[in-house]
Design a binder for this molecule. Structure first.
Ligand code: GLN
Ligand code: ZN
Length: 760
């Protein structure tokens, strides 16, 4: 019999119950017991849903109060010293101190660093390792969850983050060793865990090793077989499933896995393409779990295609299981809860619960207990076809535009050296011109006004009036502070992607499509379902309004095509590159209109450019090429006189500096606070041709930076870059800050620039 199984279910709750509970707990409104009981209900619901769809293996330990890597840090007892924990079993207090930092009398420490989980928009907490790192079993969570499910009659398959991924995702806090050198001291804890789960009656343990889809050194590859043979040897009865996901596994690594003793291996068959002729299929006796249902997007599967794929393996006598490509952590809960998506588009979607049903049906057909005459299948085929032929999706105009991408569309009229001469004459800015990144504090009054407008409690006129008042105020404040190039403040924007998506054709929005971003934070990505175009101007009104309030230059402010793509659920019926180009042309239209309406500087933000990089380095060039092209399609439509800015943050940029230069933006403002020194050395090594504003202070903290800190930073930058090229600005937008520290910091920043100008 062919089985199916879930390799991870969303944990935040169908209505974000975990978010609400966590926030109450942090505020002291509920206690630990109450938090635990809410968590228990969520876990139980998840198990019961999986059971109701007849899944053969139901998972546990996919629940987390904050993050599965943080859970593993506790499990392995790898608590950094600054948290002063000598607890045998890590308490929730220490757990949340690592997640969020702590500012109590007895513990004043910063949180662990947070970073993106592979190429998803989920963030994990980064383990910290020292040279003599000790590991010791220090959490019972994985056992407790197993027993919790057992009590309600379900023998689960516990999920455990694998040793290779755990080590590789961490960072070393001292020199002189490699993370992977710690493997031997880590494995004994895995031994203890596996033995214990074995004794508790676990039939299967799932070991997640997504790191195996990346490319690795020979040294690393050599460790794989041995590590998994050891893991297998720890268990008497319990079987071991190794899960890989997010990409294909390179052949060399596949061979090692194939030669190891583990019982089953899972592959992502949406992103990857497991070949029928690979060694693991031909010669190993392992169970092969085929992740055919897309675990990180929201489209219904084409069941016909999925069946054909699965049957080709079945016909080879491969012992197969059916699953989703990756854990469902990155997919919303349940389409049945959805109230906003238009009904025709809704028919094309499947959220987590619906994906369980797909898995269940696929298994039943393979086992001959259902057939393709089943209504569910016929319905699926009809809807798949409806989507394909829908008029809503296809726009010949858009497709035509993207067919003719030539050098003319991709390039400015003159090279930078000539443009900048023209622009300098027009703008006549001082040395070290000051500016900000776009947004100013979105205080509660702005949010309340928008919420009221959306609920129909105030009229559009009133809402616009509120926004105008805010915009006028912010222009005045910037003038008072003495900033050289102003912004309009972005008060009309809820979110830098949603605001544009709402005005573009080809996008739709959900009421219920929440996915976890980190901890208690969730996002509701827009859905790009069809060809993207811009029916009306999107930002011109506000930019023009702001420009009318002042004689200084106000920058127009747009989100770039790659960031819009990256932070949405993207259609799966055409290459991402095509969708990126379509968005790029829509932004191009907007850029052109801004210019025609007297806006002289236009900033196109691309904070997500770096995070779109494919997991395998061999695919980088191709991605970077279309990503850079997309930006250039958007920006190159203007005259030499118009100055194009861009902004980047949330990442380190050393390895893509050439592509950043290729964007050919006249000015880039860029986050530097996380790696201040490195970025400047990068610019030293790489002669960045255009103008640049390295962020002079970190906006993520309310702390007001001192003038001299910023002065020394600008001075350091002037030693490396041509003084005439340097702008002075904060690291990122000021949306999340309060007004008092914003004004104080910007005043300091302007003073710093002024003193340097006059040679003080
Ligand atoms: N212009 C945006 C802002 O200032 C940029 C945000 C970002 O880089 N994430 O908020
Ligand atoms: Zn930013």
């Amino acid at each position: 019999m062919i089985k199916n199984h879930c390799i991870g279910y969303p944990r935040i709750g169908p209505k974000r119950e975990l978010k609400t509970a966590l926030e109450k707990y942090w505020k002291g409104e509920i206690n630990e017991n109450e938090l635990q009981s809410i968590a228990s209900n969520l876990k139980r619901t998840n198990w019961e849903i999986q059971k109701s769809f007849n899944l053969d293996l139901i998972c546990s330990n996919d629940f987390s109060y904050y993050d599965q890597v943080l859970d593993t840090i506790c499990l392995m007892g790898a608590i950094p010293e600054r948290f002063k924990s000598n607890e045998k079993i890590i308490s929730l207090k220490t757990y949340f101190a690592m997640a969020r930092g702590s500012q109590t009398k007895d513990l004043d420490v910063s949180a662990l660093e947070m970073t993106k989980w592979f190429d998803t928009n989920y963030h994990y907490l980064v383990p910290e390792f020292n040279k003599r790192q000790k590991f010791k079993l220090s959490s019972n969570k994985i056992f407790d969850e197993f027993l919790e499910a057992k009590k309600v009659g379900i023998i689960t398959k516990p999920i455990l983050l694998g040793p290779l991924t755990f080590l590789e995702l961490g960072k070393t806090i001292e020199a002189g060793f490699e993370k992977i050198d710690l493997l031997d001291s880590l494995l004994p804890v895995y031994k203890e865990i596996i033995e214990k789960l074995n004794n508790l009656g676990a039939e299967w343990i799932q070991i997640d090793e997504p790191i195996l889809v990346k490319s690795h050194s020979q040294k690393f590859i050599k460790l794989i077989k041995n590590a998994f043979d050891q893991i297998k040897s720890y268990s008497k009865k319990t079987k071991i499933l190794l899960t890989t996901y997010f990409e294909t596994v390179d052949d060399k690594i596949l061979n090692e896995i194939s030669n190891s003793n583990i019982d089953a291996v899972h592959f992502d068959c949406v992103r990857g393409n497991l070949s029928l002729t690979s060694e693991i299929i031909k010669s190993s006796k392992k169970i092969i779990s085929l992740g055919v249902v897309d675990g990180r997007n929201i489209w219904k599967s084409n069941l016909k295609e999925k069946l054909e794929f699965l049957e080709s393996f079945k016909n080879k006598n491969t012992n197969i299981w059916v699953s989703t490509s990756c854990p469902l952590l990155h997919c919303p809960y349940d389409l049945d809860l959805e109230t906003k998506v238009p009904s025709d588009i809704r028919n094309w979607l499947a959220f987590s619960k619906q994906k369980l049903k797909e898995m269940s049906f696929l298994k039943d057909v393979l086992n001959n207990t259902k057939t393709i005459k089943d209504e569910y299948y016929l319905d699926n085929q009809k809807l798949v076809l409806d989507r394909k032929n829908s008029k809503k999706i296809n726009n010949a105009n858009v497709k035509n535009k993207t067919k003719n991408i030539n050098e003319k569309i991709l390039s400015r009229i003159s090279p930078f050296s000539k443009r900048i001469e023209i622009q300098n004459k027009i703008f006549n800015l001082p040395t070290f011109p000051t500016t900000t990144i776009g947004s100013f504090p979105q205080t509660t009054d702005v949010r309340i006004s928008r919420a009221k407008y959306k609920k129909g409690e105030i009229t559009e006129e009133q809402y616009i009036n509120d926004l105008e008042t805010k915009t006028i105020e912010v222009i005045k404040k910037q003038e008072e502070i003495g900033i050289d190039v102003l912004v309009h403040g972005e008060f009309e924007r809820n979110d830098m992607v949603e605001y544009f998506g709402e005005q573009l054709e080809g996008f739709t929005f959900t009421s219920s499509g929440w996915v976890q971003s980190y901890g208690s934070r969730c996002v509701k990505p827009p859905i790009i379902f069809g060809d993207v175009s811009r029916p009306n101007m999107m930002t011109v009104k506000w930019s023009k309004f702001a420009q009318q309030q002042t004689n200084k230059i106000v920058k127009g402010m747009l989100t770039g095509p790659i960031t819009i793509l990256q932070w949405s659920f993207v259609r799966d019926d055409q290459p991402r590159q095509q969708t990126a180009y379509e968005i790029a042309f829509a932004i191009r239209d907007e850029v052109k209109d801004l210019e025609a309406n007297g806006i002289k500087m236009i900033q196109i933000d691309e904070p997500a450019l770096r995070e779109g990089l494919p997991l395998k380095q061999k695919d980088w060039n191709n991605y970077l090429k279309w990503a850079v092209n997309s930006f250039k399609i958007s920006s190159s439509v203007v005259q030499d006189e118009t100055q194009i800015h861009t902004h980047m943050c949330y990442a380190e940029f050393e390895d893509i500096i050439q592509s950043i230069a290729d964007l050919d933006a006249d000015v880039i403002s860029i986050e530097t606070s996380r790696s201040r020194m490195e970025l400047l050395t990068t610019f030293e090594k790489f002669n960045y041709p255009n103008q640049i504003g390295p962020g002079v202070y970190d906006i993520h903290s309310p702390r007001v930076p001192h003038k001299n800190e910023m002065k020394s930073l600008i001075e350091r930058a002037s030693k490396i870059l041509d003084k005439k090229k340097i702008w002075v600005n904060p690291d990122c937008g000021l949306k999340t800050r309060g007004w008092p520290e914003t004004i104080a910091s910007l005043e300091m920043m302007v003073q710093a620039a002024k003193e340097l100008r006059s040679g003080k």
